[in-house]
Design a protein around this ligand. Structure first.
Ligand code: CP
Ligand code: NVA
Length: 304
C-alpha cells in the first residue's frame, strides 16, 4: 500500500477527516485502548519551538505503544546543512513516521517526497493542519458532529493557522469569514483553492466577521520567524482584537478558540481567553486525541 502523508487537511477526503475525528472522540472517551504503534518509532524534527505539538505527539506515540524521538535542528545534521532529501531517506530506514515542524512548506513537501514513511506537518509557515483538526474536534464538542452549518470567524493574521482553517473548510464544510488587516491576507494559493470548494468570505471589519458566528478564532500578530516584524505588525493589527464586546456580536453560544501560545492584551483580551466562552484548554487537549487518531490512520496496517 502506498504511504500517505498529512501535510494539509485536504490531503484527506471529507470522509477521512470526519472518521479521524470520530476515532479521536473515541480515544478521548477511553474507548479505544489498543496499542497499534507497538514497536513503532516516530521521528519528530523541530526547527522551531514547541510546547503542545512536541509533547502531545510524544505522549500520543507512547500511549499507542510506540516511541517518539525528538530531533531539534541543533542536534541533527539537517541543522548543519545536510540535505532534506538525504535526511528523509536515512530516517525512513530507521523509523515508521516523521513529524516535521519548520519554516518553508516546500521543506515539508521535499521531506515527504523523499521519505518512504508517512510525513506529518507539525507546522510550517504555510499550514498547521494538526491544529485545525483539534480545533474542529472542539467545535464538534460544542455544536455536534456535522460542521456543515457552522460559521467560523477568523480575526487577525492570515497565517499558517488561518490557512489551515481555510483548507479545512473544503473538507469539513463550514463557512469561514475572515477579517485580516490589509496586506496580511491568507496565502493566495490556499485561498484560491479553498474558494472553489468552500464558503469563504472576506469582511471589512472583525465586527462584521463575527456577526452570528459559532466560532471566533484568532492567533498571535507575529508568528515564529516574524519576530523582526513585530513592531510593524503591532501597528497594522490595531483593532484586530477579540474582546468581550466583539464576542457579544457572535451567537450567544459562540466559542472562542486560539491555538496558543497567546498574547493577552494583544490579539485577545484576558477576559475572553480566560472566560466562559473560551475552549482553548479543550482545544489544546484535543491535539493529543486527534494526533493519536492521525497516527493510527497513517500507520493503519497495524491498527485494524
Ligand atoms: N499550538 C501549537 O502548535 O503550540 P506549540 O507551538 O506549543 O506546539
Ligand atoms: N501562527 C503561530 C502558531 C503557533 C502554534 C506561529 O506560527 O508561530
Amino acid at each position: 500500500m502506498a504511504k500517505r502523508d498529512f501535510l494539509a487537511i485536504s490531503d484527506f477526503t471529507a470522509d477521512e477527516v470526519y472518521a479521524t475525528l470520530e476515532r479521536a472522540h473515541r480515544l478521548k472517551a477511553g474507548e479505544d485502548p489498543r496499542r497499534p504503534l507497538a514497536g513503532k518509532t516516530l521521528a519528530m524534527i523541530f526547527l522551531k519551538s514547541s510546547t503542545r505539538t512536541r509533547v502531545s505527539f510524544e505522549v500520543a506515540a507512547l500511549q499507542l505503544g510506540g516511541h517518539a524521538l525528538f530531533l531539534s535542528a541543533r542536534d541533527i545534521q539537517l541543522g548543519r546543512g545536510e540535505p532534506i532529501a538525504d535526511t528523509a531517506r536515512v530516517l525512513s530506514r530507521y523509523v515508521d513516521a516523521i513529524l516535521f515542524r519548520g519554516f518553508d512548506h516546500a521543506d515539508a513537501e521535499a521531506l515527504a517526497r523523499h521519505a518512504s514513511v508517512p510525513v506529518i506537518n507539525g507546522l510550517t509557515d504555510l499550514l498547521h493542519p494538526c491544529q485545525v483538526l483539534a480545533d474542529c474536534m472542539a467545535v464538534q464538542e460544542s455544536f455536534g458532529r456535522d460542521l456543515s452549518g457552522i460559521v467560523v470567524a477568523w480575526i487577525g493574521d492570515g497565517n499558517n493557522v488561518a490557512n489551515a482553517w481555510l483548507d479545512g473548510a473544503s473538507r469539513f464544510g463550514y463557512e469561514i469569514r475572515l477579517a485580516c488587516p490589509e496586506g496580511y491576507e491568507p496565502a493566495r494559493e490556499i485561498l484560491e483553492r479553498a474558494k472553489t470548494r468552500a464558503r469563504v468570505h472576506f469582511m471589512r471589519t472583525p465586527a462584521e466577521a463575527v456577526e452570528g458566528a459559532h466560532v471566533v478564532a484568532t492567533d498571535v500578530w507575529a508568528s515564529m520567524g516574524q519576530e523582526a516584524e513585530a513592531e510593524k505588525r503591532r501597528v497594522a493589527f490595531q483593532g484586530h482584537y477579540v474582546d468581550t464586546r466583539l464576542m457579544e456580536r457572535a451567537r450567544p453560544d459562540a466559542i472562542f478558540l486560539h491555538c496558543l501560545p497567546a498574547h493577552r492584551g494583544e490579539e485577545v483580551a484576558p477576559d475572553v481567553i480566560d472566560g466562559p466562552r473560551s475552549r482553548v484548554w479543550d482545544e489544546a487537549e484535543n491535539r493529543l486525541h486527534v494526533q493519536k487518531a492521525l497516527l493510527i490512520a497513517l500507520l493503519k496496517e497495524n491498527a485494524d
